[in-house]
Ligand binder design. Structure first.
Ligand SMILES: [Zn+2]
Length: 391
């Protein structure tokens, strides 16, 4: 049985697919500690990733958004001595080819501090900020805390490794899918990489045909789609982009607003929870891109995007040294296990000695012992029965 004190890494997800992707990254599944506060309503999964004991939490069903994320992280921080928080999941990408920001579906965006920001921008969209003169006006509530230094150092180490050797995201995903042969085929298909033909970036002025569940009527011509060459063999695919993540309560589905925030603020992707966490604890936001923050949103790339983000998070944890506290807790656990094992050995020796003494008392043997009377013979037989059958 694990102990709540062992968990110093918190991993927060917003939707089921992200939660599944997180669990699939576990090197080892751990049992739920029995000492979690009954006042904590969160649902958790417990596992070990790259030497860290990780607790994964999912936001309440159908309660996505900033305030729900805040409540979840508060309860998690009350229940566990969390030192590192990762917000891992999916988001809408903001490609900006004019500035050479070539974001594609399945790519990963990681919140990373810039010269004047901590990596997450809290903006108001969908609030009453539009005006007729400037229908694309938005309000920024401000830039939020940057991730803790230990995590930034791990991120920089990983970035340098990736520049030299490339990342391991595809390998980690394949390994995870291979480790779960019992996965339902429908879910497996959802988590695997979709055909590249389904990755379409519509020009900003092309709006999705109202009421249609697919983009079949949105056009596939040069006039409607942005032309992008396939990635070279030498290019990272998926690519990892470091920079600013925009966070709000509503999904971004407006390509013109997307472009404006991208050009004016340098936003790389849009999501709906990080601001609720960053207000309480510094965290790192890792997002797989599942659509282009426009009206053509569909869920074809959702599962794979959740997997690429989770795989990056696993690689990052591999660079993060377990805390001294975490290491001490594990040392104490190992000492406890050693004592427990010695104790079991002592108990076993005691039992053996006790049994020997009992046997000797019940069945004294030797040449001088003769069962002369019928009573003594009967007593001897009774003792033998007792030894065979127990008291
Ligand atoms: Zn469409």
């Amino acid at each position: 049985m694990s102990n709540f004190n062992q968990y110093t890494v918190g991993w927060i997800c917003a939707v089921d697919t992200e939660f599944i992707a997180a669990e699939m990254m576990f090197d080892r599944i751990l049992e739920e500690p029995d000492d979690i506060s009954p006042k904590d309503p969160n649902g958790y999964k417990f596992g070990q990733i790259e030497g860290h004991n990780v607790v994964v939490s999912l936001l309440p069903h159908c309660q996505h958004g900033i305030s729900s994320a805040t409540a979840t992280v508060k309860d998690m921080l009350r229940s566990f001595p969390i030192r590192h928080v990762l917000m891992v999941g999916i988001a809408g990408g903001a490609p900006n080819l004019d500035d050479d920001i070539d974001i594609r579906l399945g790519d990963v965006v990681v919140s990373s501090p810039g010269y004047s920001n901590g990596g997450v921008l809290h903006y108001g969209y969908g609030r009453k900020v539009q005006d007729e003169a400037d229908p694309l006006r938005f309000e920024t509530t401000g830039f939020l805390n940057q991730p803790p230094m230990s995590m930034l150092n791990a991120m920089n180490l990983l970035k340098a490794t990736h520049q030299m050797k490339g990342h391991l995201i595809q390998e980690i995903i394949q390994e995870a899918l291979g480790k779960w042969p019992e996965l339902k085929q429908e879910l497996r298909r959802k988590l695997e990489r979709p055909s590249i033909k389904t990755d379409k970036l519509y020009k900003s002025h092309v709006i999705h045909v109202n009421g249609q569940t697919t983009c079949d009527n949105c056009g596939y011509q040069k006039s409607t789609l942005v032309s992008r060459p396939p990635r070279d063999l030498d290019d990272d695919d998926p690519a990892i982009h470091y920079g600013l993540v925009a966070s709000s309560d509503s999904l971004m589905e407006d390509a013109k607003m997307r472009d404006r925030l991208s050009k004016e603020k340098g936003v790389l992707c849009f999501e709906t929870e990080a601001a609720g966490i960053m207000n309480h604890v510094p965290c790192i936001v890792i997002r797989g891109v599942w659509y282009y923050s426009d009206s053509h949103k569909n869920d074809i790339w959702q599962g794979y995007a959740a997997m690429t983000a989770a795989a990056y998070a696993k690689e990052l944890l591999g660079q993060l040294r377990p805390d001294r506290v975490e290491a001490q807790i594990r040392l104490i656990d190992r000492i406890d296990e050693a004592f427990s094992s010695v104790n079991k050995g002592v108990q076993s020796i005691k039992m053996d000695l006790h049994q020997d003494n009992t046997t000797h008392w019940l069945l004294p043997s030797g040449p001088s012992i003769n069962h002369n009377t019928v009573q003594e013979q009967h007593h001897h037989e009774t003792n033998q029965w007792l030894l065979r059958n127990g008291p």
